[in-house]
Design a binder for this molecule. Structure first.
Ligand code: AMP
Ligand code: ZN
Length: 485
């Protein structure tokens, strides 16, 4: 069976061959942990999970990495503006690392709820400063860097393939770039490898000495002899950490033999023109080797046709769905039921439909006999759909077709679920055990309702929901409890 993916590099569907037999090395751009992750972000992570699970299904050993950005991601793509984490920290009046850990935790909890398997490595940018500084040194030795008053920059004019991924030539970028302020950059597309703690980042809390890699964050306020204090540019972490975890030899030896450093790199389409172009430039300039064989990009989750994003404020989180009694896995079903390369428009109605389909598929699982061997023909059909550019809607349709066959058995469903990750064996349990804590909340809510204090009654409903129960108010004033799906 041939595996084919649409490679953003070249924009063609190509047959996939791994760099090493039986293994696949995948790098996925992860979250910037400055706010609660939204379901648009999770579309990207469900896609990366679908990819890894498919390779496991095909018998590959999967080496996968997802970075956690906790420093250096500025509010503007053109290397200006504040660090998103530091801005959020100032707003919430806590330290940047407290912000980072808080939202990383939320991200991990949500990964779990969505049955997204944790990647083998989940490195944090702030814990890989030495590796990033090493990479800057390598680039400097080869003449790819220059210094301005606010940082060390990569000279894209010296990297001949710059713009290949997005198909934009450097000159076009130049013509298209809106250079609002007079810049010290050699070319508009040049980007920061390292930012000095000066100007709008003078009070940047996380800071290191680039010469020694020493952490200077606890030496606040900064002293005048801290001229070299700074922090890495956002793009650099992905090059440094992907190479460290997936191709360390490429940095250590001069006779690296494989044709590229890693097999597959994923991310949302928004990353193509800047972030991924820059990752390629840094990695290839530093190693002299091809960085990535296959670039796979997911399209956006949209709202009213526009991108769901933190900056537009049109986002929803898993918690918002749960409040509407929609299970996180219904969102997973919703994503799998559409191809990763097409835009997917979010509405609650569409999610409710996904929820209902998921329940029906689980019903089919219960109806199928527990006995019987895995149906190889059905599994092959399912597998071929995935091998065709991860056609998950077709794979789901194959599972539905199998559900309708009179001989359907659970062993085969379980096989599908290794990739789908929809908890098909899940059974709704409506037996409710009332603990004293639950009883207390129910009594308080009944009193609040009697007093027509609906705000309090809703708050109590949310607390009851957190304990794992849905509540329904009956006409005679009773509260009917159901276990949450
Ligand atoms: P960020 O936390 O902004 O660095 O983004 C993490 C990942 O989510 C990246 O791969 C983005 O491309 C992706 N992403 C952000 N917004 C959306 C969206 N609305 N739909 C799909 N992917 C998205
Ligand atoms: Zn990245």
């Amino acid at each position: 069976m041939l595996i084919r993916f649409t490679n953003s590099l070249g924009r063609k569907k190509e047959v996939f061959e791994p760099l090493e037999k039986g293994r696949v090395k995948i790098y996925s751009c992860g979250p910037t942990v400055y706010a609660s992750p939204h379901i648009g972000n999770f579309r990207a992570f469900i896609f990366a999970d679908l990819l890894s699970r498919s390779f496991e299904f095909w018998g590959y050993e999967v080496e996968n990495v997802m970075n956690v950005t906790d420093v250096g991601h500025l509010t503007s793509d053109s290397d200006s503006g504040e660090d998103k984490l530091e801005k959020s920290a100032a707003k919430e009046k806590v330290s940047p690392l407290e912000i980072a850990r808080k939202y990383e935790k939320e991200f991990l909890v949500d990964l779990d709820k969505l049955n997204i398997k944790k990647p083998k490595y989940l490195p944090r940018a702030s814990e890989h400063i030495t590796e990033q500084v090493e990479l800057i040194k390598k680039l400097a030795e080869q003449g790819f860097t220059y210094e301005t008053s606010d940082g060390i920059y990569f000279d894209t004019g010296k990297f001949k393939n710059y713009g290949e991924l997005s198909g934009q030539k450097a000159e076009e970028k130049e013509a298209g770039a809106r250079v609002a302020v007079k810049s010290e950059k050699n070319n508009p597309a040049d980007f920061a490898l390292w930012k000095f703690c000066v100007g709008e980042n003078a009070n940047h809390i996380l800071r290191w000495d680039i010469a020694t890699g020493k952490d200077l964050s606890d030496q606040q306020p900064a002293t005048s002899n801290q001229q070299l204090a700074g922090f890495p540019g956002w793009h650099l972490e992905c090059s440094a950490m992907s190479l460290k975890y997936l191709a360390p030899e490429i940095l250590q030896t001069t006779n690296y033999k494989l044709p590229a450093a890693i097999d597959i790199h994923t991310g949302g389409v928004d990353h193509i023109p800047v972030h991924h172009e820059n990752e390629i430039a840094q990695s290839e300039a530093a190693t002299g080797k091809k960085f990535v064989n296959f670039w796979l990009h997911n399209e956006f989750l949209t709202v009213d046709g526009g991108k769901m994003s933190k900056s537009l404020g049109n986002l929803f989180t898993l918690a918002d769905l749960e409040r509407k009694r929609i299970e996180p896995l219904a969102f997973r079903y919703f994503c799998l039921n559409s191809n990763y390369r097409g835009k997917l428009n979010f509405t609650f109605e569409a999610l409710e439909n996904a929820q209902s389909s998921l329940k029906k598929l689980r019903n089919e699982f219960q109806k199928a006999g527990p006995k019987g061997k895995v149906d190889q023909k059905a599994v092959d059909q399912f597998s071929e759909a995935l091998a065709d550019d991860l056609n998950s809607p077709r794979a789901l349709a194959a599972a539905w077709e199998y559900a309708r066959s009179p001989k359907a058995n659970q062993a085969t469903f379980n096989k599908f679920d290794e990739v789908l990750g929809l908890d098909l064996a899940h059974q709704e349990n409506n037996e409710v055990k009332i603990t004293p804590e639950l009883q207390k909340l129910l009594d308080e809510r009944a009193a609040a309702r009697a007093a027509k204090d609906f705000k309090k009654s809703d708050e109590l409903r949310d607390q009851i929901f957190k304990l794992g129960f849905d509540i329904e108010d009956t006409a005679d004033g009773n509260q009917l409890l159901k276990n949450r799906a």
